[in-house]
Design a protein around this ligand. Sequence first.
Ligand code: SAM
Length: 282
Amino acid sequence: MTTGKKNRKADLSERKEYHTESSGVFFKTKKLLYRQSSPYQNIEVINNEYFGRVLLLDDLVQTTERDEFFYHEMLAFPALVTHSSPQDILVIGGGDGGVLKEILRNPVRYACLVEIDSQVIEVSRKYFPWLSPSLKDERAELVIADGREFIEGIEKKFDIVFVDSSDPVGPSAYLHEEEFFLKLKKCLKPEGIVVAQAGSPFYHLESIKEKNSYLKKLFKVVCFYISPVPTYPGGSWCYVFLSDEVQPLDIKRDPPAGLNYFNLDIHRAAFSLPNFLKEKLD
Ligand code: SAM
């Protein structure tokens, strides 16, 4: 994730993700495990002594072995515990399988994952085997397609739609636009919820503000929430919870046992926002 500026070229021993022209994070590469270009993006997997395996797309960190649970649990569970019976789930993006893994811990009937880049799925199967078993769960269907085209053609309705997109550049740009959210709304059953990742509360404040103002025109409930993600810019990350009927603090179900980060106290706290962010959302 980045503010959108293209990363400088990294040599093989170091991977840098620039968050501004003059700051960012770096990973020492113990071993380069994979490096290929797909039709959509450059895909790399490195091994870092502290974070273990790190997946990068176009030089931007997507997930790491050590801290993936923060993001994947916090994307998945706020909606899963507030919907009274989540059965039919759609994920747009998320080809690493991490959010699908969390969804399938629940007794859902069907989860459809729509990923544009089949190479991300293959890489995850090979290098992130702890995430990817979800990809062959019998309740899961994998569709290799652009999320934009997929939702234009679909008649099926879903209880929850998760948008696990990359940054708003390239094929992911549309997944951050108002028109896309309007189309997602049409895919929802009554009591439906959409949850999307929304960027860094520190680096992407203006885009969060803009998103909030158009989303408020589309949904009655627009609630941003926050969690730490150590390897994302600024160390904390925003998500947005959207619905016409469900309030995020009206908890209906307990989460499954065995999670690393999410619990119901974390859930309630995550919707309490810092003043600098609240001011932008008023
Ligand atoms: N958790 C990550 C983050 O916020 O850094 C996002 C991870 S996930 C790997 C993002 C995925 O979205 C990528 O695999 C990318 O190929 C996929 N993607 C990008 N644009 C897409 C589109 N238009 N339709 C479907 N998938 C898309």
